[in-house]
Design a protein around this ligand. Structure first.
Ligand code: SAH
Ligand code: SF4
Length: 359
């Protein structure tokens, strides 16, 4: 059997391409092997993180993203301290164990202070709760302050590790070197470091995806949040041609994302890998399929309903009219139905991180 960690590490680019594009019996074998590797390395537990999308104010202009600064159709918001606290209470009540605080990227001082205040509050009032931040590129000092205030993890997708593609997807003043440096800084600061990419981007080749896999291994990340690229009409990337191209490739993008997750699980068995919400744009059971393919983290949206319509990074985001209570019961049931164990009431830290930092 070809799939084991050591063998895959040595696999040639052409073999990786074959698995990335596999379907039918070959894909079933790949996914089953990823599931086996997961159960052996980290067990059948699925960890929960309630995600609070606390602000859609962003200073950046990534060409793919619906809340980019240049999209004047978006109503901008920042949740109040009290609103965020209600979300935290909810997370505690339904025992998700961890919170992800996500937002657009801002550099102004007041926004940074606010985030710091929230993290301190969680540390004091909800000391058992795991805290993940996902707020874009911050300065070393800001990331340090937030770590000292009680943040445990940081999620910063590289989006693509390939400079040529990064250039096509971002304005000139967005820097892949800076993003890579941030990821290095987060590690130095003692965070559990998460990264990831989008799959199915216009201009992205299989070689690019394989370069991403190698980049992930080389940088020894602890966690991953990766998902399919989904079009958003109010972005510069989406021309009529790209829309047609993307619509034709929907199933291919979905399957390729599952295959990528499975390969990543086999390559990095002890990492936490999230099942991206964006998969549910393609299939109602998208996240469950990702869990079966080796993902072990799920991030139910806890953002109040009033704000969900204003935090659309991509089109067709699921559950924007549901409230968090309904999502909670639904997601726990889905995990059980996949034959996995909803690990409620614990932080669910990355075993990869625990092992690399012990002693
Ligand atoms: N501003 C922060 C966090 C919020 S964006 C940051 O950029 O890191 C979180 C993630 O949403 C991004 O990393 C990107 O991978 C994803 N995203 C943005 N637009 C998307 C799209 N059109 N399709 C799929 N994912 C998208
Ligand atoms: Fe802003 Fe993040 Fe969207 Fe880029 S991906 S525009 S940084 S919210």
């Amino acid at each position: 059997m070809i799939y084991n960690r050591e063998v895959l590490r040595l696999l040639s680019t052409s073999s990786l391409k074959k698995y990335l594009n596999s379907s039918g019996a070959l894909q079933r074998e790949l996914l089953a092997e990823a599931d086996r590797v997961r159960k052996k390395a980290v067990g059948a537990n699925v960890y929960f993180r309630g995600i609070v999308e606390f602000s859609n104010i962003c200073e950046k202009n990534c060409y793919y993203c619906g809340i980019r600064k240049g999209n004047k159709a978006v109503r901008r918001y920042r949740m109040s301290f009290e609103e965020i606290n209600e979300c935290l209470k909810f997370i505690e009540r339904v025992r998700y164990g961890s919170v992800v605080l996500q937002s657009g990227e801002t550099t102004f001082h007041a926004a940074q202070d606010f985030l710091l205040q929230i993290v301190r509050h969680i540390h004091k009032r909800y000391p058992a709760m795991g805290v993940t931040l996902s707020c874009g590129e911050l300065s070393f000092d800001q990331m340090k302050e937030l770590k000292e205030a009680g943040a445990h993890r940081y999620l910063l997708r590289i989006e693509t590790s390939v400079p040529r593609l990064y250039r096509l997807l971002h304005p000139r003043d967005h820097s892949i070197a800076r993003r890579k440096q941030c990821l290095k800084d987060l590690r130095v600061l003692g965070y559990q470091v998460g990264s990831g990419i989008m799959i199915g981007l216009p201009g992205q080749t299989d070689d690019d995806l394989i370069a991403d896999l190698r980049y992930f291994q080389k940088n020894d990340f602890d966690m991953f949040g990766l998902g399919p690229y989904v079009i958003h009409d109010q972005t510069p990337l989406v021309t009529p041609n790209v829309r047609a191209w993307w619509n034709d490739r929907r199933e291919e993008i979905f399957q390729k994302t599952l295959n990528f997750i499975a390969i990543l699980r086999i390559l990095m068995p002890t990492c936490n890998i999230a099942a991206a919400t964006a998969l549910e744009v393609f299939h109602r059971t998208g996240r469950v399929e990702a869990l079966k393919a080796g993902a072990n983290v799920i991030m139910p949206v806890v953002t109040p309903r009033a704000y969900r319509h204003d935090y659309l990074l991509y089109q067709g985001k699921p559950c924007i009219d549901e409230d968090a209570t309904k999502c909670s019961g639904c997601i726990v049931g889905k995990v059980r139905a996949a034959g996995l164990v909803p690990a409620l009431g614990i932080q669910g830290n990355s075993l990869h991180f625990i092992q690399r930092t012990k002693g």
